[in-house]
Design a protein around this ligand. Structure first.
Ligand SMILES: N[C@@H](CCC(=O)N[C@@H](CS)C(=O)NCC(=O)O)C(=O)O
Length: 213
């Protein structure tokens, strides 16, 4: 049996493969990483991922980084979980959606937590956040149109829904006013009803408590 190990940090985007692995029914070990303590910069961690990021999925000792790649690996290895559409065009559109989360939405979230990473001039943090939030509002408007009257982004629940759930949740955590996005909010709430998402939230609480104790 393939050995799977997920390097995971609470709140962070490693939530996405956590939920995907649970949805797939995979057995995996979790290595919690405390980003607050900069554990991702340790010598041991940099050997696993020199980019000092979570998530990493280690597959039989081989590290795989980047959410999009990890999600594709999970889908290919757990095809019965239907985590991505099977039909070629729909599948490509779903991968396109994942790439959009990774390359546009996520980079507009990070400046809200780490404005100094983007501009180190004095008194610029609020402006960096304002610019990032403007982008987020544009992206969520696009997502709102994509959802139309539908529950999920594609024909049935998929990795796209997990990734977008994390993006929207992270924006909410920054207290950005998202009330205008009714369909995205419904999508967020639909994710919260899923057993695997509830499992993640309980696990995240447990790890945060352990980190804070
Ligand atoms: N492109 C990467 C982004 C991963 C990423 O930015 N992870 C953040 C947490 S959400 C992280 O590990 N940050 C730690 C750091 O920047 O040192 C992916 O999609 O997997």
């Amino acid at each position: 049996m393939t050995k799977l190990e997920l390097f995971y940090a609470p709140i962070a985007c490693s939530l996405v493969p956590y939920i995907a692995l649970k949805e797939a029914g995979a057995q995996f070990e979790i290595h919690p990483i405390n980003l607050g303590k900069k554990e991702q910069m340790s010598e041991d961690y940099l050997k696993i991922n020199p980019k000092h990021r979570v998530p990493v999925l280690v597959i039989d000792g081989e590290p795989l980084t980047e959410n999009v790649a990890i999600l594709l690996w999970i889908d290919s290895n757990f095809p019965d979980a239907n985590l991505l559409p099977k039909q070629a065009m729909l599948r490509a559109q779903a991968v396109s959606f994942l790439a959009w989360c990774a390359s546009s939405i996520h980079p507009a979230l990070t400046p809200n937590a780490l404005p100094q990473r983007y501009c180190n001039l004095p008194n610029t943090a609020d402006n960096v956040k304002e610019c990032a939030q403007k982008l987020l509002i544009e992206y969520f408007s696009i997502a709102e149109n994509m959802l139309r009257e539908k529950y999920w982004f594609f024909d049935s629940f998929s990795c796209a829904d997990i990734y977008f759930f994390w993006c929207f949740r992270r924006a909410k955590q920054f207290n950005i006013d998202l009330n205008a996005f009714k369909k995205c909010t419904k999508h967020y709430e639909s994710n919260l009803t899923r057993t695997c998402t509830q499992d993640l939230i309980a696990y995240e609480r447990k790890i945060l408590d352990a980190f804070n104790s």
